[in-house]
Design a protein around this ligand. Sequence first.
Ligand code: BTN
Length: 322
Amino acid sequence: MKRDEILDILIENAGNTVSGGFMANRLGISRNSVWKNINALKKDGYIIESLNNRGYVLSDKVSYLSKKVIEKNLDTSFIGRNLEVTDSVDSTNTRLKNIPDSERQDGMVLVSDMQTGGRGRLGRSFVSPMFSGCYLSVMLRPRLPVSELNLITVIAAVAAVKAVKEVSGTDCSIKWVNDIMKDDRKIAGILTEGLMSVETGHVDWVVMGIGINTKRYEKLPEELKDIVGYLGDFADFTVDRNRLIAAFLNEFEHLYSHMNRDELYSFYRNNMLYMGEKIRFTDGGSERNGILKDLEKDFSLIIRDDSGKERKYSSGEISIRG
Ligand code: BTN
C-alpha cells in the first residue's frame, strides 16, 4: 500500500522535511496522491506537519514502529529475517509459545507496539503501553542442554546493554539475572521460556522475550513509579525504537552464533550490579541477607550469608540492602 510506503519514508526521516515531489518520484505516484495519503495518515493519528511548498515532517516526539525500517537496519542472517510487527498483542512471548510446531522457525521475531498482558518473571506483569517501548520475542531452536538454557538470558542481557549504548548513548548495568538497570531504575526485563525434549534432554524450542522501556507517555501505576525507568529520561532525543530493535537483534545474533562463553562472562561480570555489596536474596519463598561475593563461570552467584556461609545460587532474585 502506498500509504505504508509513505509512512516508512517519513519514519526513516522523522523530524526532517521530506518533499512531496521526492515521495511522488520514489513511489511512482502523483503529488496529489501523496497529499491524500498524508491526510489519511494524519486521520489515523500520525503527527505530521505540512509545510507550504516544502513538504512534510513526521514528528520525532514519538518513535513509530516500522517493519521496513527495522529490516533496513538489520544485519543478521537468520534472527529477524522472518519478522512480524504488530500493533497490539496480549504478550509476544505467549503468542510465539502458542504457535503450531510446524511454524516454529528458528530466529523468527514478533514485535508489538503494545502488550495488553505483558508478562515478567515469577508470574509478574510487564507494563507495556503503546509507543513506550520495544516489546519483542525471538523464537530459537538451540542445540543446548537444558543446564545451559540460562545462556540465552545472558546473551540477551549483554546484547541489550550493547544495543542501548549504541542507539541511545546510555550506559546501563545488568542486575542478575535478567534486568537491565540505569540509576536504580529498571529499563528492561528479559523472560526466557522453553520446552525441553525428554528424549534428548535438550531444549526443543526457546522463546526469548525482552521489553525495553524507551519513553513514558502515561503515568505509571503507583507501585512502579520509583522502580521503572525509560531510556528517554537519560537522552535528550527520542530514542528510535526501530534502530534499537535492529541493534539488539544484530548484537543478539552475533553473540548467539559465536557462543563465546569467556567473552560473555567477562562482559556480564564487568557490567553487573552489586558485586561485593550487601544484598537481600530470595530464591522462591525465603529471604536472606548476605554479600554478593562473585559470579561463577556458569553464571550462578556466590553469596555469603550473614552467618558467614557461602552458597551458590543459579536462580532467584537479588536486591540491594540499605
Ligand atoms: C521481567 O522483568 O521479569 C521480564 C519482562 C519481560 C518482558 C518482555 S516484553 C516482550 C515479551 N513478552 C512478554 O509478555 N514478556 C516479554
